[in-house]
Design a protein around this ligand. Structure first.
Ligand code: XUL
Ligand code: CO
Length: 443
């Protein structure tokens, strides 16, 4: 299976996860994800580029504000930092190859614990990335993207790039430099900025304009450094409205696009849209995707889902077929993800403590995307959906409508046209008809 299993096999008794088709009742098999199946003329795996999130699957032990970790994963046991990091990486490579995937996403200090100084952290990151390269030689697994954790350490309590203290800003930059270096070294395809603490709690003690200017300066610097080192991939910003900051500067797609354009960053940066972040901003996932696509900035996705009753980021695995079809309709119609893929930024529940749960959750997430893609193809290619949608705008295809679209009409022309054509007839939006069409194809 082109896999490398480390010294120790962590997921004993679980073999290669294979496509077994819809009729299979094997919980450790794909029922819809057939990686080489062509959909819209492209293999499924290329549409998706599924990635496993290092932090949720191999670092997080299930602790929450009310209790310690519940997940006693064997790769977390060693007291030795290096050994623990190596075993964690062995587990990650074993897991990803057993799922038959090719990508993972990581924060710098997911790979190995942060050291007591920048130099010590640098050394640790060098060592663990050397080890990663060895594992990569024997597999086709690599990072979809890397990032720096600029939110966990107490030094970032007032922000990283937007911290009011220059000393913290420079520390953050040192960390980002190293994170870009290892992303490049590991042939990572993209680099992400998620600004969890780039925001504020109270405007009384915050100079918002100065912080935003500093954020832009920081991003320009990071981008210039990456390019100077030969990084050809995309830089992504991942919007989120709040949590842990009350007001996060990267609130939603529209806010981020405005920021990138205002500061001249829009050529190098695109967006990484996360489902649960969209819903926390009171948007739907497909709204955020479409907003990014409108500006040609739909780069990547963090796949998960929120909870209808909870107002926080629950990062559950995706399982809502309707939501994913709505998303894929946007993604496919806008030409696909630019540079990125689908990272499962999702965690098993705190009481899902079996090693198998890591497999069930990813298999479920992967299959819901695969199944939704097949349905999306039917909707786009075999149904009236596209013509129904276009039909709503058919009046812009008339002579006068076309002139308007091309910017060839004046207000006087519009006034004359309106007088001549009288009160417009009501035209139904037929929302329920559209909804039924989607439902009819879910089978
Ligand atoms: C937090 C979140 C992060 C980013 C990477 O809500 O989504 O894990 O994806 O820092
Ligand atoms: Co995320």
């Amino acid at each position: 299976m082109g896999t490398i299993i480390g010294q120790k096999e962590f997921f004993k008794g679980i073999g290669q996860i294979k496509f077994e088709g819809e009729e299979s009742d094997n919980p450790l098999a794909y029922r819809f994800y057939d990686k080489n199946q062509l959909v819209f003329g492209k293999p499924m795996k290329e549409h998706f580029k599924f990635a496993v999130a290092y932090w949720h699957s191999f670092v997080n032990s299930g602790n929450d504000p009310f209790g310690v970790g519940t997940k006693k994963y064997p790769w977390m046991e060693s007291k030795d930092t290096t050994k623990r990091a190596h075993q964690k990486m062995d587990a990650a490579f074993e897991f990803i190859s057993k799922l038959d995937l090719e990508y993972f996403c990581f924060h710098d200090f997911d790979l190995i614990d942060e050291g007591n100084s920048i130099s010590e952290s640098e050394k640790r990151l060098n060592d663990i990335s050397d080890y990663c390269l060895l594992k990569m030689e024997k597999s086709n697994i690599k990072p979809l993207w890397g990032t720096a954790n600029l939110f966990s350490n107490p030094r970032y309590m007032n922000g990283a790039a937007t911290n009011p203290d220059f000393n913290v800003v420079s520390y953050a930059a040192a960390q980002v430099k190293n994170a870009i270096d290892i992303t490049l070294k590991l042939k990572g395809e993209n680099y992400v900025f998620w600004g969890g603490r780039e925001g504020y709690m109270s405007l009384l003690n915050t100079d918002m304009k100065r912080e935003l200017d500093n954020l832009a300066t920081f991003l320009h610097m990071a981008k210039d450094y990456g390019r100077s080192q030969g990084f050809k991939g995309c830089f992504f910003i991942e919007p989120k409205p709040m949590e842990p900051s009350k007001h996060q500067y990267d609130y939603d797609a529209a806010t981020v696009i405005g920021f990138l354009k205002e500061y001249g960053l829009d050529k190098d940066f695109k967006l990484n849209i996360e489902v649960n972040h969209a819903t926390l901003a009171n948007h739907t996932f497909d709204h955020e995707l479409q907003t990014a696509a409108n500006s040609n900035m739909l780069g990547s996705i963090d796949a998960n889902r929120g909870d209808y009753q909870n107002g926080w980021d629950t990062d559950q695995f995706p399982n809502n077929i309707y939501e994913i079809i709505e998303a894929l309709l946007v993604i496919i119609r806008s030409g696909g993800l630019q540079g990125g893929g689908i990272n499962f930024d999702a965690k098993t529940r705190r009481n899902s403590t079996d090693l198998e749960d890591l497999f069930y959750s990813h298999i479920g997430g992967i299959d819901i995307f695969a199944r939704s893609l097949l349905i999306t193809q039917k909707i786009i290619e075999d149904s009236d959906y596209i013509s129904m949608l276009n039909n709503r705008y058919s009046s812009f295809e008339t002579d006068t409508g076309k002139k308007f679209t091309r910017g060839k009409l004046t207000m006087e022309d519009m006034n004359a046209y309106a007088k001549k054509s009288n009160e417009p007839k009501l035209k139904s939006g037929n929302q329920e008809l559209f909804e039924n069409l989607i439902n009819r194809h879910i089978r």
